[in-house]
Design a protein around this ligand. Sequence first.
Ligand code: ATP
Length: 306
Amino acid sequence: LMQIYRPLNFIGFVYRELRQGLTDIEEMFKLLDQDPEITDKPGATPLAVSGPVIRFEDVTFHYDPDRPILKGVSFEVPAGKTVAIVGPTGAGKSTISRLLFRFYDVTGGRITIDGQDLRDVTQESLRSAIGMVPQDTVLFNDTIGYNIEYGRPGASEDEIREAARMAQVGGFIEALPRGYDTPVGERGLKLSGGEKQRVAIARTILKSPSILILDEATSALDTKTERDIQQALDEVSRNRTTVVIAHRLSTVVNADEILVLRDGQVAERGNHFQLLAADGLYAQMWNRQREASEAAELLARTQEDP
Ligand code: ATP
């Protein structure tokens, strides 16, 4: 029997390795949805991070030459501060985060981090300085613990637990019968969008990057989940230079500066109160969202207490 069992066991091992390899490759391709022409230039040096201060200087960009997406965007994110980008769908918000990660090169102007043009530094050093929390996190078909540890392979169990706790997902994991050893992903436990995003935040807390890009999910969240995620985001963005593609009022209100992007240009900028006082596009968007969330809360209350 052992003669049959051993090869089968071996095949199982190869299968698991292969499967893991495949998910990693899938993840990589998703992540590296980038222009194949993006390579390190000869003599590229590692990014030297001190602040870090991010600057977009008159940035223009198109995916197709006949359709400009960004038309001269300038802004600065001072060290440790948070800039929120809001605006209608298709305005170019996510494009800004892709350019900052250098999935694509700008077609005009430049982007710098601490004065260094992104095109002059090695991609590896750039990407290790940036933590990206995407809208939709792809989890590996592995344990939830592994999915968090991926932020810094080799992290200790205590560090993983601490990151999960800070990301407001520790209690949820510890309540699972198999805790951190619970398999997740397609063949394991299915997590909700909000839970997945908190796992991604825990992973990023473990990675501890000096620059953070957050792409908030647009999906509706209940009040408690929204509060938990906000707490997790506050934790991860503290003292980090942060760019957030914001959809939630709570994130926008707390940002140091808000850019309202419309049709590839910065239409308005300022903090929440300045923009409300300006009574323009932002004030309109804010009032609309507030009405929608008040209506949702009222509906939830009537359902609880008919
Ligand atoms: P949303 O709020 O809906 O996520 P957004 O402001 O983040 O929108 P982007 O994702 O930056 O918008 O897209 C800006 C424009 O660029 C859109 O019109 C989109 O169709 C186009 N675009 C995005 N990615 C590509 C691509 N890889 N190739 C060609 N066009 C693209």
